[in-house]
Unconditional design. Structure first.
Ligand code: I3P
Length: 128
């Protein structure tokens, strides 16, 4: 049985600090506003927390702090992008509902790990 099918807490896959900006909501373009975000990949969702300074890897747990927003990865699309930002190491995440986010890290290995891990989750959901 998968971690979620027995009703237990979904598995924490990854957590860390990334720069984030939302660039579209329901397909409508938004003005960019980059800010650091504590990002947690848990189960089928990417969850964003504000105020990363006050976050620890355990503080995402239900009741400990309130997420700013979360993204359902089912049907989502992930792609590296050079043209949507002047920053390096940027990828775009697009949800089925037409919300688009850019995620970025100055550290090559960090952003590569995030890309690969999110990609695996999306691929797994595509095969279900
Ligand atoms: C934006 C801000 C962003 C920049 C964006 C600017 O200006 O400088 O950091 O995106 O570029 O428009 P403002 O703060 O006035 O909204 P990048 O850092 O990702 O390049 P863009 O308009 O070319 O997307």
């Amino acid at each position: 049985t998968s971690p979620e099918s027995d009703g237990s807490t979904p598995e924490l896959e990854k957590a860390g600090l990334l720069n984030k900006t939302k660039i579209a909501e329901g397909g409508r373009k938004l003005r960019k506003n980059w800010s650091p975000s504590w990002v947690v990949l848990v189960g089928n969702s990417l969850v964003f927390f504000k105020d990363p300074k006050s976050q620890t890897p355990s503080s995402w747990k239900p009741g400990n702090s309130c997420p700013e927003s979360s993204v359902d990865l089912r049907g989502a699309q992930l792609q590296w992008t050079n043209d949507l930002s002047s920053k390096k190491n940027v990828f775009k995440l697009r949800t089925v509902t037409g919300n688009e986010f850019l995620l970025q890290s100055e550290t090559d290995s960090v952003i590569r790990e995030w890309f690969n891990t999110i990609h695996k989750v999306i691929d797994k959901l595509d095969r279900e």
